[in-house]
Design a protein around this ligand. Structure first.
Ligand SMILES: *Cc1c(COP(=O)(O)O)cnc(C)c1O
Length: 406
């Protein structure tokens, strides 16, 4: 055999005696088979074996097994992002003439996927009040195939009565898709509350370091799982082994990170609620929160994500406040080691004008000591009331200094 041919071989070195604590990264597009017969029968193992790199590798299957286990479910399908997971689930379950219900509080792109894409394919989309509970029965007809729930809502943090919604949806044969990204499997299991499919954006808590995108669909229903898997193949959706291995690494510290973030967030939420510059803190673990009773019933803990609305006289200065923060970085995602702040406006939040206030600030609490975070917020609040807000230029310089310190 010539050198060129030898160099193309894929046989790994003998791994006898090798045992590592890391899950191996198994990259593949082509998967090879020993015989024609095995190749021709490869789709027999499509759902749980290996046929093509896009449809699963040992690394992605390991991640799917971990996530299934966390939800006490039999089936998990990982996809390239949380958004692709939601879009796939809805596309796999709905067809022209069907009706889907989406809470106004849902993740923006979930809502827009329904109102723009599904609607253009002939699916009727109805937005509903997330606090509707069993009242949703009035919106459900026999064309309603899917009800989306997201508890708490991405920005406005409404807790939904998932069991009541499930009961109404199932009564007319509809399915419930639950976006559980806020809580993760550690703090809530919507499958136990009756939901048919859970979507969790593993890009958030599980990945945990703002450097990887993966979404998971989890179910206990084999027929549903097969449908999701079939459509994912036809849409060409799969995850890379490298990305899956990053999420597997993140899972190892997820419980510790969530505990720390949740504790810090609650400390800050209590403190902020007593500040004169703040009108409202939206955090379901606060005893006065409208969703608190349901949160206590259905959740085992809180994550580090909550929102704040400034007092009316400061509403117009919301961006000024956000610009004055130093430790918090401005961005849209959450669940990472770094604390992130997101300015939000009502236009993205609700269907009904006037039902929620104009501007919110969403905090995603990271692993910085809570004292640093509190001091950062306090300084920004003080400059707000003193009317002395440092300019954007100063922020840029300051962040360069911070990076140098790192
Ligand atoms: C981030 C997020 C998504 C989408 O996840 P990506 O991996 O960023 O596509 C969906 N739902 C919620 C609630 C999210 O926070």
């Amino acid at each position: 055999m010539k050198t060129e041919t030898r160099l193309l071989r894929a046989e790994p070195a003998n791994d006898k005696g090798f045992s590592s604590l890391a899950v191996p990264v198994t990259r593949a597009s082509t998967i090879v088979f020993p015989t024609c017969d095995a190749f021709e029968r490869r789709y027999e193992q499509f759902y749980d074996g290996y046929t093509y790199g896009l449809y699963g590798t040992p690394t992605s299957r390991t991640l799917e097994a971990r996530i299934s286990e966390l939800y006490a479910a039999e089936y998990c399908l990982c996809l390239p992002s949380g958004q692709s997971a939601t879009a796939l689930a809805l596309s796999a379950l709905l067809k022209a003439g069907d009706r889907v219900l989406v809470p106004t509080s849902a993740y923006g792109s979930t809502r827009t996927f329904c109102t723009e894409v599904l609607a253009s394919f002939g699916v009727e989309v109805a937005l509903y009040d997330p606090t509707i509970a069993s009242g949703i029965g009035a919106l459900i007809d026999d064309r309603t195939r899917v009800v989306v729930v997201e508890s708490p809502g991405s920005n406005t943090m409404e807790i939904q009565d998932i069991p009541a919604i499930v009961q109404a949806a199932h009564a007319s044969g509809g399915r419930v898709l639950a976006d559980n990204t806020w809580a993760s499997a550690l703090h809530c299991n919507p499958l136990d509350l009756g939901a048919d499919i859970v979507m969790e954006a593993l890009s958030k808590h599980a990945g945990g370091h703002a450097d990887v995108l993966i979404g998971a669909l989890v179910t206990r229903d084999e027929v549903l799982f097969r449908r999701l898997k079939d459509v994912s193949r036809l849409m060409g959706l799969g995850v890379s082994a490298d990305d899956a291995s990053l999420v597997l690494r993140g899972l190892q510290t997820m419980p510790l990170r969530l505990e720390r973030e949740g504790t810090s967030a609650l400390t800050l939420a209590h403190w902020l609620a007593a500040r004169p510059e703040v009108a409202r803190v939206l955090h379901p673990a606060l005893p006065g929160d409208p969703g608190h009773i349901l949160w206590q019933r259905d959740f085992q803990g809180a994550s580090g994500l909550f929102s704040v609305e400034l007092a009316p006289q400061y509403q117009d200065c919301t961006s000024v406040f956000v610009d004055a923060l130093r430790v918090f970085r401005i961005g849209a995602s959450w669940g990472s080691t770094h604390s992130i702040v997101t300015p939000q406006s009502a236009f993205r939040l609700t269907a009904a004008p006037g039902s929620t206030p104009g501007k919110f600030i969403r905090f995603s609490i990271g692993l910085e000591p809570v004292e640093d975070l509190q001091a950062d917020i306090e300084a920004a609040l003080m400059s707000l009331s003193a009317g002395t807000v440092p300019g954007a230029q100063e922020r840029v310089v300051h962040q360069r200094e911070l990076q140098k310190e790192e």
